[in-house]
Design a binder for this molecule. Structure first.
Ligand code: PMP
Length: 390
């Protein structure tokens, strides 16, 4: 008989290997810019004070852990609407439901697309978040790649993007990063968004917008610029949102899927399909993290405190970017990019040398989580990168 021994070998996850390598390094001043979590000046990923207070309140007041149902915490999704959808918050053609993180939202979105149109191709710019291709293949959808980032110009290859989308068929999917592009940090400008929205709507494509880092780029409102524009122009839009970064609740798995349909009836009908897909995968989303986010957003004091904490995280991202950009003219582009990640101008050999000579750990493609560096490591990091480039 065939069994587990017949499973094919998997390409090992290079990020996990990198984490193991960094953990094994005992040098006290090591710098880990591989893992994609926010770190403060001391190198910690703390629980936000507003979230901790919400957790305490929840602990004191929660009376039952009985099932909530497939959509999860309804009020959580309702409170997110103005934040994520902006001017479109009250549009009844948009349904939203709680998901296990941004990953859960992406899983549902891709399966929903596949259920509606198995022929749809998913257009994605490369490089993109490592999980986008396997999740797309997992939904049995075809991937169409184009170049998002020009590593020589250190900027978006906008010509390639538009040419690819112009060549898409109606019903094909445009997978876009709302802000803080992972891994390149190279976001669309407002004019580029206008152009992308024009092509997507004229060609009848379905935008699938991955919105994992709201507040880490230009600010909570500015970061949804493309989302709002797309909602204005298109009658079918999918938005996969994550609270895991901007509420720092990573392992609690907090996210939301928003789907806009041409009519409120069709939106409600789509939701029945989404709930069926969720039922087969996880039945119901985990409650704790979303309940805490709901409490934070529902209480003005906690909400203000969260907002101030998020602003401080954003401020640190900007500070680190300016600092690295100022270290060498060849790094100046870092200040123009958004979010935690950028690709550094380093070869695989240079990346490996940084590991062995300087205990600096980043992925082979030189993607670095810039806020992975504690304040006291910044000078050393900049000096080591400049040395490696020479
Ligand atoms: N999209 C992108 C671009 C991401 O970087 C991530 C997290 N690394 C996610 C989605 C998924 O986030 P979550 O942890 O909420 O599942």
């Amino acid at each position: 008989r065939r069994g587990l021994a017949d499973l094919p070998p998997l390409v090992s996850d290079s990020l996990l290997a990198l984490i193991a390598m960094a953990n094994a390094d005992t040098r006290p001043d090591k710098i880990d810019v591989g893992v994609g979590v926010y770190r403060d000046g001391e190198g910690r990923t703390p629980i936000m004070a507003a979230v901790r207070k919400a957790e305490e309140g929840l602990h004191a007041s929660q009376e039952t852990k009985s099932y909530l149902g497939g959509v999860g915490d309804k009020r959580f999704a309702d409170l997110l609407r103005p934040i994520v959808l902006g001017a479109h918050a009250d549009d009844d053609r948009i349904v939203g439901l709680q998901t296990p993180g941004g990953c859960g939202a992406l899983f549902l979105a891709l399966r929903l697309i596949a259920a509606a149109n198995p022929e749809a191709r998913v257009f994605m710019g490369t490089p993109t978040w490592l999980n986008h291709p396997p999740m797309t293949r997992g939904a049995r959808l075809e991937i169409a790649e184009y170049r998002h980032y020009d590593p020589v110009a250190r900027a978006i290859d906008f010509g390639a993007m538009i040419a690819a989308l112009e060549g898409a068929r109606p019903g094909d999917v445009a997978l876009l990063h709302a802000c803080c592009h992972n891994p390149t940090g190279a976001d669309l400008s407002e004019d580029q968004w206008r152009e992308v929205v024009r092509v997507v709507s004229e060609r009848g494509l379905i935008p699938l917008i991955d919105f994992a880092y709201q507040g880490f780029g230009r600010g909570l409102e500015a970061d949804r610029f493309g989302v709002e524009l797309m909602l204005e122009a298109c009658d079918e839009v999918l938005i996969t949102q994550s609270c895991d970064k901007n509420f720092a609740v990573y392992r609690d798995r907090v996210g939301c899927l928003f789907v806009k349909a041409p009519s409120a009836d069709l939106a409600r009908f789509s939701l029945t399909h989404i709930l069926q897909i969720a039922r087969e995968a996880w039945s119901m989303p985990p409650d704790h993290g979303a309940a805490c986010v709901r409490i934070v957003l529902d209480e003005p004091d906690l909400r203000a405190e969260w907002h101030a904490e998020l602003e401080a995280m954003h401020g640190r991202i900007r500070m680190v970017r300016e600092k690295i950009a100022g270290a060498d003219p060849r790094l100046a582009y870092i200040a123009e990019q958004q979010g935690m990640f950028s690709m550094l101008p380093l070869s695989v050999e240079q990346v490996k040398k940084l590991r062995s000579d300087h205990s600096i750990y980043m992925t082979d493609n030189a993607r670095a989580n810039l806020v992975g560096i504690a304040d006291n490591g910044l000078d050393r990091f900049c000096a080591a990168i400049v040395e490696a480039m020479n």
